[in-house]
Design a protein around this ligand. Structure first.
Ligand SMILES: Nc1ncnc2c1ncn2[C@@H]1O[C@H](COP(=O)(O)OP(=O)(O)OP(=O)(O)O)[C@@H](O)[C@H]1O
Ligand SMILES: [Mg+2]
Length: 266
C-alpha cells in the first residue's frame, strides 16, 4: 500500500439520511491499491450504509465518488459490479437451492459455445464447474470438492467461502466484505482471513467491515473508525492497540486524545 498513489476508490462528503435518522453525516474514505482497509464501528455507526453507498445499493444524498481517479455515480449495485466492485453484503446473498458452481456464476451464467449456446441458450455447466473448482482452489479452499453440491447443504463457513470466492473471481478493482466472519467458527474464520490475504496478494484492495478486533488487527493495513455516522479516526494496527481502537469507536476517547504511536496512524 502506498498512500502517495491515486486511490482505487475514493469518496468525499458522503451523506445519507433515512427520514430523520442520519446514517452517514459527511464521510470521506480512500482505498489504495493492494490494501486491506477495515471499517469498524459500533452497531448503527453507519458501516453498512457507507459500503452500500460505495457499491450502489444506496444512492447517497450528497457527496462524490471516484474510481481510479474518474468520477463515478452508482445508481444500482449492477453499476458498481460492472465497474469492477464486488460486494458480499452482511445478509449473505447466496441462492441456497443452487449448487456451488451456479452460485459462483449467478447472474453471469456462461452459455455453451456454438449454436447450443447462442440458439438453444444451453448453459456451459461443465465449464462453469471446472472454473469454479479452480477459483476455489486458487483461494486455498480445499474442503469443497463437489461443485454440484447445493449450497444449502454447506456449512456456514463454506457458504461464506463461496460468497467470497465469487467476489474474488469477478471483482477486478475492489472487493467489499461486510462482516464476513460474524457467523463463523475459529477454523472457518481463519479460512476467510486467509482468503482476504490471498486476494490482497493479487493486488486487489479489500474493504472489510468487521466487529472482530483480532480479525481486523490481523489482516488490515489501515482501519477507518466509523462513529455516529462520521469517521472518528483513521489508524493502523501499528499505531494503536485494540483497546485504543475500541475506545475511539465507543467514544470513550477521541483520536486527538489518543493519537497513537506514529502521529495518529494514517
Ligand atoms: N433502510 C433504512 N431505513 C432506516 N434507517 C436505516 C436504514 N438503514 C440504516 N438505517 C439507520 O442508519 C444508521 C446506520 O445503520 P448501519 O446499518 O449503516 O449501521 P452499521 O454500522 O452497519 O451497524 P451494524 O454493526 O449493526 O451492522 C442506523 O441508525 C440505522 O438504524
Ligand atoms: Mg452493518
Amino acid at each position: 500500500m502506498n498512500t502517495s498513489m491515486t486511490p482505487v476508490l475514493s469518496a468525499r462528503g458522503l451523506v445519507k439520511t433515512f427520514g430523520r435518522v442520519v446514517g452517514l453525516d459527511g464521510v470521506d474514505i480512500d482505498l489504495f491499491p493492494g490494501e486491506v482497509l477495515a471499517v469498524i464501528g459500533d452497531n448503527g455507526a453507519g458501516k453498512s450504509t457507507l459500503i452500500k453507498c460505495l457499491t450502489g445499493a444506496l444512492v447517497p444524498d450528497a457527496g462524490s465518488m471516484s474510481l481510479d481517479g474518474q468520477p463515478v455515480q452508482f445508481k444500482r449495485p449492477q453499476d458498481a459490479r460492472e465497474a469492477g466492485i464486488e460486494t458480499v453484503y452482511q445478509t449473505l446473498a447466496v441462492a441456497p437451492a443452487l449448487d456451488i458452481a451456479s452460485n459462483l456464476y449467478l447472474g453471469r451464467e456462461r452459455l455453451r459455445p456454438g449454436p447450443l449456446g447462442s440458439v438453444l441458450r444451453m448453459l456451459d455447466k461443465k465449464g462453469m464447474r471446472r472454473d469454479a473448482s479452480q477459483a476455489l482452489a486458487d483461494l486455498g479452499i480445499g474442503t469443497l470438492q463437489n461443485m454440484a453440491q447445493p449450497v444449502e447443504t454447506l456449512s456456514g463457513g463454506q457458504r461464506q467461502a463461496v460468497a467470497v470466492a465469487r467476489a474474488a473471481a469477478f471483482g477486478s478493482k475492489v472487493i467489499v466484505l461486510d462482516e464476513p466472519t460474524a457467523a463463523l467458527g475459529v477454523r472457518e474464520s481463519n479460512q476467510v482471513l486467509k482468503m482476504i490475504g490471498e486476494v490482497r496478494s493479487r493486488g486487489l484492495p479489500v474493504i472489510l467491515i468487521s466487529h472482530n478486533m483480532p480479525h481486523v488487527f490481523e489482516v488490515a493495513d489501515r482501519i477507518h473508525i466509523q462513529r455516529l455516522g462520521r469517521c472518528g479516526g483513521l489508524i493502523t494496527p501499528q499505531s494503536h492497540t485494540m483497546s485504543e481502537a475500541v475506545a475511539i469507536m465507543t467514544g470513550a476517547t477521541t483520536l486527538d486524545e489518543t493519537p497513537g504511536r506514529v502521529g495518529g496512524g494514517a
